[in-house]
Ligand binder design. Structure first.
Ligand SMILES: *Cc1c(COP(=O)(O)O)cnc(C)c1O
Length: 484
């Protein structure tokens, strides 16, 4: 495919800028460019076709089933785009006087109130740009909390080995050392290991519940209380709240600080690098440390309060990805109090339905738990270790074969504690027919593996490229056009 710089002809173009309606400013000569910018010479038709061609090469939620575990690729209602596109939201400037942006402040205030209610927290910030950024922010709050009490020996964050990879990375970035504890065979926290790990140097624990195996940890109250008794705080990785939203609140499970990925659970488009929103909520004891500025109400009007002396400071320019918050608030208002718990119920139902169609054929992890008939939550993990031993067909092969059936692969080789893992999260927005088609596809691939492994090693054959070198594609991308 030609790059846009290789299309068109010098002299062609399509300037559609409106006439300038303000006096021209004189640009100092030293700052002015010496030669015109090297822009592609294409007309509107060519631009339109170029981007349509690119879009056809991508696979998004709008193209088909997208069961990417932990990522919650749910349908993003179009009404979200309508509100996020309103001129009153897109046409404002972050330095505008607070009195002229009462509507936008109202969005932050309302979204904060609903989401603190949903998480069982007391206060929330929308500055962090995405989940991992929210983790860093939350951990800095924990650090500030201990420091403010003069409790300076708390340098360690406990992270179970089943955690999302961003958790230990964020803890290290916040200046903590990371203590890894093993999970039980059921993917849950090993209580004995946790009791041994906590002590006067414990700053806190980071946990996802349900965990990355899609299991709700039945000992959650005991886990958070062990950490509290040792003087630590509990951090809830709520990037993916789909299994419990509106049903169970992290605050009631004993957590003190939580981040949410509004771009997962609260339905704003993601992938390809954003924009996201890693909203961070915390209990009242940590509120003074939240990033500034902060929305508050005075004399009936809302304003940004910059006077927060104990704040960890600003973690992002201005107020975060504001339009993502507009989308999330739209979603909350459209779903309403009854709709939100339905999201969780249907997410869990869909995952269990799909799993039940696969369990006679595929191995699910943790096997012992499923043998007991315990349901999964919003996602489940298949282990293809046995299939690989028997036929040579790996999790990678199965994932690639799904692409030929116009489905996005599940998350692969995660969590690390399961070998040949495929982590499947169907979400609540898929129909019974789609789930059945996915089950049929996976069963067909399994049977094909028994007699035609070679075809699966060669998949995908219907995509523009087959199997790129993953490492090279991620580490060595050429994104600059080299002009002759
Ligand atoms: C997605 C995810 C994250 C990271 O979120 P980003 O927005 O990608 O930074 C962290 N933890 C869990 C459990 C996740 O699913």
């Amino acid at each position: 495919m030609k790059l846009i710089f290789e299309k068109g002809k010098p002299g062609r173009g399509c300037s559609i800028l409106p006439p300038c309606d303000v006096p021209g400013a004189a640009i100092p000569l030293a700052l002015a460019r010496k030669s015109p910018p090297r822009l592609p010479w294409v007309d509107e038709n060519e631009i339109s076709r170029h981007y349509s061609a690119l879009a056809k090469r991508a696979f998004g939620v709008n193209d088909g089933f997208y069961p990417l575990g932990s990522c919650t690729m749910k349908y993003n209602p179009k009404v979200n785009e309508e509100t996020a596109g309103l001129g009153g939201f897109t046409g404002i400037h972050p330095l505008q006087d607070d009195r002229t942006i009462q509507g936008a402040l109202g969005v932050l205030d309302a979204a904060g109130r609903y989401l603190t209610e949903i998480t069982g927290m007391d206060a929330m910030t929308f500055q962090p740009a995405a989940g991992a950024h929210g983790e860093l922010t939350g951990l800095l709050l924990i650090k500030a909390y201990h420091a403010a009490r003069g409790d300076n020996g708390r340098t360690k964050i406990i992270v179970p080995d089943s955690a999302h990879g961003t958790n230990p990375a964020s803890a290290a970035m916040a200046g903590f050392s990371v203590v890894n504890i093993p999970s039980t065979g059921e993917g849950c926290v090993d209580l004995a290991a946790l009791r041994t790990a906590v002590g006067p140097d414990t700053a806190g624990l980071m946990l996802t519940n349900p965990n990355t195996l899609g299991m709700f940890d039945p000992n959650i109250a005991e886990i958070t209380s062990i950490v509290h008794q040792a003087g630590g705080l509990n951090y809830y990785d709520g990037a993916n709240l789909n299994a419990v939203v509106g049903i169970v609140r992290p605050g009631d499970m004993g957590f003190d600080v939580v981040h949410l990925n509004l771009h997962k659970t609260f339905s704003t488009p993601h992938g390809g690098g954003g924009p996201g929103s890693g909203a961070v909520g915390c209990k009242a004891v940590m509120e003074p440390f939240l990033p500034r500025p902060w929305v508050k109400k005075t004399d009936g009007a809302l304003c940004f309060d910059h006077d927060r002396p104990q704040s960890i400071g600003q973690v992002r320019a201005f107020h975060g990805n504001f339009l993502v918050v507009v989308r999330a608030l739209t979603y909350l208002l459209m779903m309403g109090k009854e709709g939100i718990p339905e999201v969780a119920r249907n997410a869990v139902l869909n995952a269990n339905y799909l799993l039940s169609r696969l369990l006679d054929t595929y191995d699910a992890a943790p096997a012992e738990v499923y043998k007991k008939g315990v349901p999964c939550m919003h996602e489940f993990v298949l282990s293809l270790e046995r299939l690989k031993e028997e036929t040579g067909v790996s999790a990678m092969d199965v994932a690639k074969a799904l692409q030929d059936k116009n489905m996005h692969p599940p998350t692969m080789y995660f969590p690390l504690i399961v070998h040949e893992a495929l982590m499947v999260e169907p979400t609540e927005t898929e129909s019974l027919e789609t789930l059945d088609a996915a089950a049929d596809a996976l069963l067909e691939i399994y049977h094909q593996a028994q007699h035609d492994a070679a075809a699966l090693h060669a998949a995908p054959v219907t995509t523009v490229i087959g199997r790129p070198d993953d490492v090279k594609a991620a580490r060595d991308t050429e994104i600059r056009y080299r002009f002759q």
